[in-house]
Design a protein around this ligand. Structure first.
Ligand code: SAM
Length: 288
């Protein structure tokens, strides 16, 4: 197999297939040969596992996953890459390419149809313009997966993996911690891609929890509160939640009091248990 991180090889493939990078699809391809093996090894690509990859590019990570896992199903939106992948991945019989938008793909069906008897993990160098929706889809769909290991923008990685109750956290931190144990694995600087993006990256892994936190009375409302809480970053929890959820401020203040929280508490000061408790109380008082 040709070295798919070699710029000369990439340029020759592009010329042969008349391919040009599309910035709008987040097409920044990895050119450092040590990164993809690390993602594969730390992302559960091993015997007994089926891997879902999102965004193949020319197949540089796909190949490393296929060498290690039993099967790889890779979802790529850009049909111009399909003939290139037929070239670059021809030696692998355990790879299936699905030419679709991941946000419109039925991932649970993919798992049922392709990974019977296998554990499942997701690995990807994500297109950054859809980082949050993809991660939320992977987590909220309660798929039968053990882990999600993805390259994201460094800033996004910091937010995703922030500890609860710290300045870096946001609504997405609440969701990530609800469904998984997040961890930053390693940094990847912008010079490791062609074309080089304007930001540095990092690889994060979410180990999916077998059970989500107990005590949430209404999960949909809990996530509404979490999103509302962080909708206006410099405001207090009371002001943000009251305006985002259109609930009278007096009800929100009473809920804070009954949950044992200060009236001027800020959302980034809350633990998971405190958000759960507050959302339960708020829902009950609102519905009175
Ligand atoms: N895995 C390759 C690598 O590491 O070099 C390419 C990664 S590149 C950052 C992101 C890839 O995701 C591109 O190939 C792009 O075409 C693809 N992509 C963008 N939007 C997508 C979507 N909605 N669904 C599936 N693939 C998408």
């Amino acid at each position: 197999m040709e070295k798919l991180t070699d710029i000369g090889v990439i340029k020759a493939l592009m010329k042969k297939h008349g391919f040009e990078f599309l910035k709008g699809l987040g097409q920044n391809f990895l050119i450092n040969p040590s990164v993809c093996p690390k993602i594969a090894e730390q992302g559960n690509a091993k015997k007994g596992f089926g891997i879902i990859e999102i965004g193949t590019g020319i197949g540089v990570l796909t190949a490393e996953l296929a060498k290690r896992a039993d099967k790889v199903v890779a979802i790529e939106i850009d049909d111009r890459l399909v003939p290139i992948l037929e070239d670059t991945l021809s030696e692998f019989e355990n790879v299936k390419i699905i030419n679709e938008d991941v946000l419109k793909t039925d991932l649970s069906k993919i798992i049922d149809e392709n990974f019977k008897g296998l554990d499942v993990a997701v690995c990807a160098n994500l297109p950054y313009y859809i980082t949050s929706p993809v991660i939320m889809k992977l987590l909220e769909s309660r798929l039968r997966i053990k882990s999600v290991t993805v390259m994201v923008q460094k800033e996004a990685g910091k937010r995703l993996c922030a500890d609860m109750g710290t300045r870096d956290m946001g609504a997405v931190t609440v969701a990530v911690n609800y469904f998984s144990k997040p961890k930053i694995l390693f940094d990847v600087s912008r010079g490791n891609f062609i074309p080089s993006p304007n930001v540095d990256s990092c690889v994060v892994r979410f180990d999916i929890k077998e059970e989500t936190p107990k005590g949430v009375e209404d999960e949909k409302f809990f996530f509404k509160v979490a999103r509302g809480a962080f909708s206006q970053r410099r405001k207090t929890l009371a002001n943000s939640v009251s305006s985002a959820l259109a609930i009278e401020k007096s009800i929100v203040l009473r809920s804070l009091e009954q949950s044992g929280l200060a009236v001027n508490v800020r959302p980034e000061q809350l633990s998971m248990e405190e958000i759960i408790n507050f959302s339960n109380v708020l829902k009950n008082l609102r519905d009175l």
